[in-house]
Design a binder for this molecule. Structure first.
Ligand code: SF4
Ligand code: SF4
Length: 318
């Protein structure tokens, strides 16, 4: 089994629409949307939720009003300033202590030191994860609650579930739509993958974000390839990006031109391959052709067999 993660370093480069196209082009795969803070891959894949599960991301503290004697100890222990006072006429001092659920980091220190055991410290539901069916195979995706942390842990859950499904169903490829940035969720989506597809665009911010991302990738020593989306918007920056890729031993997998059909496909809730056959769709097919060769090489390298070819096939005519 090969795990491919698609990363961009920044949002808005067309990463998810590229993953949507790969979903239509590759066969026998499982899809995972690890951009858990802003999951949107399902929106272009005609999905149908088959399973919904709660995600327990950690614990949260809550003061039990009846037990609290307003001693005022707990705010001193909270290094996140999550314990505050609110007006309460019924209390002797005219105020009581409360915990701001959005500021609480769930460390549990306040509950440990409260002399009255007046702080309830229990698990909290931080979001949900889903297994959906799409015309292009199973999709694992999630919805993290507002201001909820632990997105890296949720990414790990999605990837574990996707791996189990791939093993049970005999699927050879897992395609992961990775989160933006270079933080914890990106590291969680990178760990143990076999190949990274970098989707970028010709802009200065994309170039800078790509430099930061490639620095991170160098620690993981994972083979990578790059495609440049909307390459025709700035030929100079496209050339700089390609030079950067060559200098960093990143395979150049192709250029995708600006094409309004990509946006039209998204508005219609479809991926750009199923939606039509414009210039971007043609370029994406060419990118997939090169990417498939890269994945086959990775598979051969891993298995130590030069003759056996992984069953990563096209889903459409090239
Ligand atoms: S330490 Fe316990 S009893 Fe004291 S104010 Fe905090 S919650 Fe109330
Ligand atoms: S659990 Fe930790 S972060 Fe939350 S209120 Fe208590 S001390 Fe503060």
């Amino acid at each position: 089994m090969i795990e491919l993660v698609v990363l961009s370093g920044k949002g808005g480069t067309g990463k998810t629409s590229t993953v949507g196209a790969l979903a239509a082009l590759a066969e026998n795969k499982v899809l995972v949307d690890c951009d858990v803070d802003a999951a949107d891959l399902h929106l272009i894949l005609d999905y149908n939720v088959e399973e919904m599960h709660e995600f327990i991301g950690g614990s949260i503290a809550k003061i039990v009003e009846d037990k609290c004697v307003d001693c005022g100890i707990c705010p001193d222990y909270c290094r996140f300033n999550a314990i505050k006072t609110v007006a309460d006429e019924s209390r002797p001092d005219g105020e009581r202590f409360v915990i701001d659920e959005y500021a609480c980091e769930g460390c549990g220190i306040c509950a440990h030191f409260c002399p009255e055991q007046a702080i309830d410290f229990s698990e909290k539901v931080s979001g949900q994860w889903f297994r959906s069916e799409t015309p292009h195979g199973p999709l694992f995706h999630a919805r993290l609650g507002i201001a909820q942390a632990n997105s890296g842990k949720l990414v790990a859950v999605l990837r574990r579930e996707a791996r189990e499904a791939a093993e049970q169903q005999g699927r050879d490829l897992i395609i992961i739509d990775g989160p933006p940035g270079i933080g914890c969720p990106v590291i969680a989506s990178l760990t143990g993958v076999n190949y990274v597809l970098l989707v970028t665009e010709p802009s200065m911010s994309a170039l800078h974000d790509m430099e930061r991302l490639v620095k991170l990738l160098s620690h993981f020593k994972i083979p990578a390839g790059m495609c440049i989306n909307r390459h025709d918007l700035n030929n100079d920056l496209t050339a700089q990006l390609e030079r950067f890729a060559i200098d960093n031993r990143i395979a150049l997998l192709g250029r995708i031109p600006f094409d309004r059909a990509v946006t039209d496909a998204q508005v219609a809730g479809r991926n750009s391959i199923d939606h039509g056959n414009g210039p971007a769709a043609s370029a994406l097919k060419a990118v997939w052709g090169r990417l498939r060769e890269e994945l086959q090489q990775v598979h051969q390298h891993r298995s130590g067999q030069t003759r056996r070819i992984i069953n990563i096939q096209d889903n459409v005519e090239m």
